[in-house]
Ligand binder design. Structure first.
Ligand SMILES: O=C(O)CCC(=O)C(=O)O
Ligand SMILES: [Fe+2]
Length: 251
């Protein structure tokens, strides 16, 4: 079973709070990654659900394939187990008590980006996200502006109009250039990146070469957090449903 000892010594344990993100190389061994990749390949061979999502977007599109958390719980229990194990690590490095999301669809995902695919600029809706990279690829860097958000506060967990405006301003290329500090993280097999997803503006650069980019995206939050925007964002991220024009992260 893939079960990393979460008691590993982490030299840069304070990075999450200090920088907004933390990188642990070789969190999984090459062998563990290859085993997971094989399990995912078997899942795909059986023609279980993998949703293709393509939404053109200013500057960078959302173009990827995803296996959602409901499918993972049912058909890929080892990945669900990993999600629960990584929860311990996330609590340790954040010094917080966080939990898997109660909405299983976005809780843990396998993202598959094909050559030319990319992932739009965004904030995650949850507090902490762990990204586990199962292979090393050309291009497809995670680009991030850590701790780069002006917060106006939330009303009933719903983003206000003012928050939407603030986000739109800080996302502007020129504003990012002058006020942000961009970090590039090249996907390396077995590496895990833990970040404050709702504070770090991030995206994935277009993938180059021939190989697919496969990673596991694990989301955690405080107990009882519910997102009013949930239904809209779920169909935005996990389906190709038409007629969703604006970003349902905000209302
Ligand atoms: O794949 C990555 O590196 C980031 C994906 C991401 O930001 C997300 O799924 O929310
Ligand atoms: Fe994200």
């Amino acid at each position: 079973m893939i079960m990393k000892n979460t008691d590993i010594q982490i030299k840069n344990i304070s990075d999450l709070k200090r920088l907004g993100y933390l990188i642990i190389d070789n969190f999984l061994t090459i062998r563990e990654c290859e085993t997971l990749l094989k399990t995912i390949a078997n899942y795909r061979q059986k023609k279980y659900e993998v949703t293709e999502v393509y939404r053109p977007f200013k500057e960078r599109d959302l173009r990827y394939f995803v296996i959602n958390g409901q499918q993972i719980e049912k058909y890929l229990p080892e990945v669900w187990q990993l999600y629960e194990n990584v929860n311990l690590l996330v609590n340790k490095v954040s010094s917080q008590v966080l939990f898997p999301l109660s909405n299983k669809l976005p809780a843990v995902n396998i993202n598959i980006i094909k050559p030319g695919g990319e992932y739009r600029w965004h904030y995650d809706r949850n507090a902490v996200t762990a990204l586990l990279y199962l292979n090393s690829v050309e291009g497809g860097e995670l680009e991030m502006y850590p701790n780069y958000r002006l917060r106006f506060g939330r009303k009933n967990q719903q983003f206000t109009f003012i928050q939407k405006c603030l986000d739109a301003v800080v996302k502007l290329k020129l504003i990012r250039y002058f006020f942000g500090k961009k970090v590039f993280i090249k996907p390396r097999q077995g590496m895990i990146v833990i970040m404050q997803g709702d504070k770090c503006l991030h995206s994935v650069k277009a993938l180059e070469g021939e190989q697919e980019r496969i990673n596991v995206v694990m989301s955690y939050d405080f107990p009882g957090v519910e997102f009013i925007v949930e239904k809209g964002l779920d169909s935005y991220l996990y389906t190709n449903q038409k007629g969703i024009s604006s970003d349902p992260n905000y209302v």
